[in-house]
Design a protein around this ligand. Sequence first.
Ligand SMILES: NC(=O)c1ccc[n+]([C@@H]2O[C@H](COP(=O)([O-])OP(=O)(O)OC[C@H]3O[C@@H](n4cnc5c(N)ncnc54)[C@H](O)[C@@H]3O)[C@@H](O)[C@H]2O)c1
Length: 439
Amino acid sequence: MLRAEEIKPADGKLGVLLVGLGAVSTTFVAGVEAIKKGISEPIGSVSQMATIRLGKRTENRSPLIKDFVPLAKLEDLEFLAWDIFSSDAYEAALKAGVLEKELLDKIEPELRGLKPRKAVFSSDYVKKLHGTHVKQGANKLELAQQLIDEIQQFKAEHGINRLVMAWAASTEVYLEYNPIHDSLESFETGLLENHPSISPSMIYAYAALKLGIPFLNGAPNLNLEIPALRKLAEEMRVPVGGKDFKTGQTLMKTIVAPGFKARMLGVNGWFSTNILGNRDGEVLDDPESFKTKEVSKLSVLETILEQEKYPQLYKDLYHKVRINYYPPRGDNKESWDNIDIFGWLGYPMQIKINFLCRDSILAAPVLLDLILFIDLAQRCGMHGVQEWLSFFWKSPMTAPGLYPENDLFIQQTKLKNTLRYMMKEDLITHLGLEYYHEM
Ligand SMILES: NC(=O)c1ccc[n+]([C@@H]2O[C@H](COP(=O)([O-])OP(=O)(O)OC[C@H]3O[C@@H](n4cnc5c(N)ncnc54)[C@H](O)[C@@H]3O)[C@@H](O)[C@H]2O)c1
């Protein structure tokens, strides 16, 4: 990793390639435009609003993260999107129903200017959707090449300096590992032969990595973790991150569960249910797309509570996750958690969490932070899976063979210490040694 003065500056434009122009993407783009116009503050964004403590507490040095590390500025972001529907970002945002029309009208010209390109799509991978705005090609390799050509053209036409691609499209069906995923060679043969184990999200990721562009996987789909794409990321020295934006119920879980473990309280039941009515909910109503999401949502408690280390407290944990499509609720997802915990002498207690959340309002700043931080990582010469960005993921990718860190507070420490390390500042251990030295 390059440090401090060797980090390449964030000069020029940063091209943001959005796969999917639905609720999350339009809320993100509209938010960036509204913030640029001074209509709103970047609430929820760690890169824009959080400070970072440097040195000893007595030094009183706590700059904003965006003033501490060289991040791209919001004014320098330039967007390109793909979707299976041709609606521009204004129409798509109205359809998503997250933001009010009154707000969208203030940024209508900017949103109208973002018209999605035809998507690489097949309803074999998202059963509930049937798009019309879809690329045609003789095989999957040709479709990847069409994406590559479009990206290069966008870069040249807009004078773009660097690029980041993010998957904010629908959750694909659950795909198992297949031997064609093993090497780049077998993967490329698979592209040529239209192998069914290569999904659209893998094709987008392949196109990005081939061009040396960082890829972020905002959904739980299988793509970056297949060996072929891992190797391609390493070969091209590209940083990548995934998967599935951490919002809503899982965010709450990773805030609450570390607290139980810190206090050595037992948990023997955690029942989580959700109702949501947006297109994401409709897609997840299909059992195959739900399975992809379920796996991503279930894994967080296992790694936080560490059943094998604390069998008396967590070995009997029964964890159930349900997602129900309920159209009247729109994007305003509602989640209920019933948590059965026990304390001293095994006495049981219950906690109920009813989170009336706005999914895309939580996801948009996460997408912004991931784009800015992964671009920073690339300018620092970092490549492969960026575990220091686990903070933002529901199901963080790791180096092969390692378990993910899901505890939000450990993730936050890792994020901030990585930034300190990049800038040659001391890492903060919270040991308070300065106090003992003074004594
Ligand atoms: N909203 C959240 O808080 C949240 C949190 C974590 C993850 N996610 C994931 O992010 C993704 C986007 O969520 P959303 O709420 O914006 O969903 P959405 O349904 O509103 O938007 C997804 C868009 O992707 C498009 N699409 C589908 N397949 C495509 C393809 N192959 N190429 C291009 N476009 C394609 C759809 O037409 C749709 O417009 C979903 O996979 C969701 O599971 C969302």
